[in-house]
Design a protein around this ligand. Sequence first.
Ligand SMILES: [Zn+2]
Length: 346
Amino acid sequence: MPIKVGIVRDPRYLDHKTGLVHPESPNRLRSIYRMVDKEFSDRLVAIQPELATLEDLELVHTPTYIKQILSTAERDFTPLAPDTPVSAKTYMAAWLAVGGCIKGLDALLSERCQACFCLVRPPGHHALSDRAGGFCIFNNLGVTARYAIERCGFERILIIDWDIHHGNAIQDQFYGDNRVLYLSSHYMGWYPHTGDWEETGEGEGLGFNVNLPVFKEMEDEDVLHIYREVLTPIVRNFRPQLFLVAAGFDAHHRDPLGRTRLTEKAFGWLAQMVLQLSESMRSAPILLSLEGGYDNWALAASVREVLGILTFDGRRERIPLTYTKKAAEVVDKALGIHRKYGIWTS
Ligand SMILES: [Zn+2]
């Protein structure tokens, strides 16, 4: 049986203007929306986003910071951070990005769909509670996870971040919290320069933060090996009730910012792995939210692979089992560090 897949989209996400040369441009979503219209028009459940409430934004962000963002309304240009410019309608897009993810979660809970891809911008995984950065303004998935805990009673949420940059703000938000397990694969040499092996959480959250610094020569089979070896036991032991995916596609080999050697197929296989793991957890719902990805062709192609897997009604392709020595070293290193916590080794 194919699962029902929702998408969140809205033309107001295109109103966040970043200037002529900024990589996080409205063309990113235009290229995805065009592909979706062409190839998935009748296969997806359309979910209309709504603004998050201020109380929901405050689940993660400080009232002062929220006021600062809303005060940029209708001003042509405000540099929130050196890499994060804001235009007149940015506040609306950012507010609606959080609200879109929450509406996506509501759609999953009401069983309108079993997986939902929130095709929103600006991205969110670098947005701290009181500071914008890395093209991010509000922490879309951070708020969604808090909302799921505080408003919907979830007790165990797994956040998987396959963007090539470390999601410092998601880590920061749940660093001392054992109800949210954050797992990120990323390259350490780039922004935001966090996400080292030894950042494993603190207090009750110790062991619930899994960083997997990867290497630039990483190929499809490598990332799949790393995720299979680490994610499978984590899911078995942690037993997540909800899967959230910080779905960035800047590890694609064409991407101008985060080039590794991945093809768009890798993201489809990763989605397949997440889907199979969710099925092993009594079909726990899956919500993906768009993070990075700055080559428009690669972005649309990668989202096509993910949606293709999620909506596919047929025999699934076998995930490749080969990998390089370096990928095995990543798994060994992670295992060495996390063995003492037992969350995925017991
Ligand atoms: Zn990124």
